[in-house]
Design a protein around this ligand. Structure first.
Ligand SMILES: Cc1cc2nc3c(=O)[nH]c(=O)nc-3n(C[C@H](O)[C@H](O)[C@H](O)COP(=O)(O)OP(=O)(O)OC[C@H]3O[C@@H](n4cnc5c(N)ncnc54)[C@H](O)[C@@H]3O)c2cc1C
Length: 217
């Protein structure tokens, strides 16, 4: 067993540390902030009108299966700690200047209908195209990139022959280029990774799919 230092106590660092500790390693976590959690945090602002609290990062558990897996690997059950509640609406988009209000939901057909009602048929068609592409990006990246280390030129080369996957991921294209009408609703998915919505790469679209699909396939 090894002595291991994990730098950063965000969700990623804490999950890594917990997995390593559960397999018997001696783990030290270093965190430069005053508190753990990283982007997963709360900000309180006191005013004469009262105290206001804001989530600084995540508000949705995007991939519950990853957390189920983490808890099981470290000897616990997620359900014993958290009550996971499906939301509708997931997010309410309010457009400025008296524009429409759009509530997103988990059902893609229902959501496309809501987009059509709020933003028009072209936006709904845009969304459905983006949704199909996001499914292909997810299929192309989930097994071989998100769940497997790609840390050598050989690993990378083994992925290079998949031309169809590359076409789906479309390096060089942006979300705006793919989905003009619905682009305003994509912004919140992109900010999770710190990307402004306009130049966000196409692959950022799959985040929107994840936040709507409990069991992405
Ligand atoms: C506004 C917003 C909304 C989001 N909403 C969602 C959501 O609803 N659902 C979802 O699944 N995801 C969401 N995300 C994404 C999610 O927050 C991140 O993917 C996740 O929190 C990243 O965790 P991390 O551990 O990789 O990084 P971070 O949370 O950034 O943690 C990194 C940690 O490392 C520390 N650190 C860095 N350098 C050093 C150093 N040299 N020494 C010591 N410590 C160091 C930092 O202080 C920090 O605590 C959102 C993100 C944002 C910004």
């Amino acid at each position: 067993m090894a002595r291991i230092v994990v730098v950063g106590a965000g969700v990623g660092g804490l999950a890594t540390a917990a997995r390593l500790a559960a397999t018997g390693h001696q783990v030290t976590v270093l965190e430069r902030a005053d508190t753990v959690g990283g982007k997963l945090g709360r900000y309180a602002h006191d005013t004469p009108a009262g105290s206001f609290h804001f989530d600084t990062g995540p508000s949705l558990l995007t991939m519950p299966e990853v957390f189920h897996d983490l808890f099981e690997a470290t000897g616990a059950k997620l359900d014993e700690y958290l009550d996971l509640v499906p939301l509708d609406p997931i997010v309410r988009h309010v457009f400025p200047g008296g524009g429409p209000t759009l509530d997103s939901c988990a059902d893609p057909v229902e959501f496309a209908g809501r987009i059509g009602a709020a933003l028009g048929d072209r936006a709904a068609a845009d969304w459905q195209r983006l949704w199909r592409r996001a499914a292909r990006v997810w299929q192309a990246s989930s097994r071989d990139i998100l769940r497997r280390a790609v840390d050598s030129p050989r690993d990378l080369a083994s992925l290079a022959w998949r031309v169809g996957d590359l076409a789906a991921i479309a390096p060089g294209r942006t979300l705006r280029g793919l989905a003009v009408g619905t682009c305003p609703t994509l912004g919140c998915g992109c900010c999770w990774t710190g990307t402004p919505p306009t130049p966000a790469p196409t692959r950022a679209g799959h985040r929107r799919r994840l936040s709507r699909s409990p069991t992405p396939s």
